[in-house]
Ligand binder design. Structure first.
Ligand code: SF4
Length: 97
């Protein structure tokens, strides 16, 4: 490998590494986006940030994931979004136990 080839190879490698790292950051950003009320799936599932159904919130739904103390948490029904712990949608199902 000539000096020039090696330099180009190293430049390309560095750029790829930056690209991969930035890709990871943007994927994480997407994964942590709060669910918007006008999201088509949220509308279809009648999702609200604050439940009006007695005793039923995202916080005690079988589909909720993540840290129980967090205000916004991942949900199996809305991939790559976070739902409000006090929210609700039509897919609510009592958490077992
Ligand atoms: Fe909340 Fe609906 Fe997800 Fe259950 S399925 S955690 S009620 S958004």
């Amino acid at each position: 490998m000539s000096k020039l080839d090696r330099r180009n190879f190293l430049k390309l490698s560095a750029c790829s590494l930056v690209g991969i790292t930035m890709g990871g950051i943007s994927l994480r950003a997407v994964a942590e986006e709060q669910l918007k009320l006008d999201d088509p799936l949220a509308v279809a599932m009648k999702y609200v940030h604050k439940s009006t159904v007695d005793g039923a919130t995202c916080g005690n739904c079988a589909h909720i994931k993540g840290d129980a103390a967090a205000e916004w948490r991942p949900c199996n029904i809305f991939p790559a979004k976070l739902v409000n712990n006090n929210g609700w949608c039509a897919a609510w199902m009592k958490m077992p136990g």
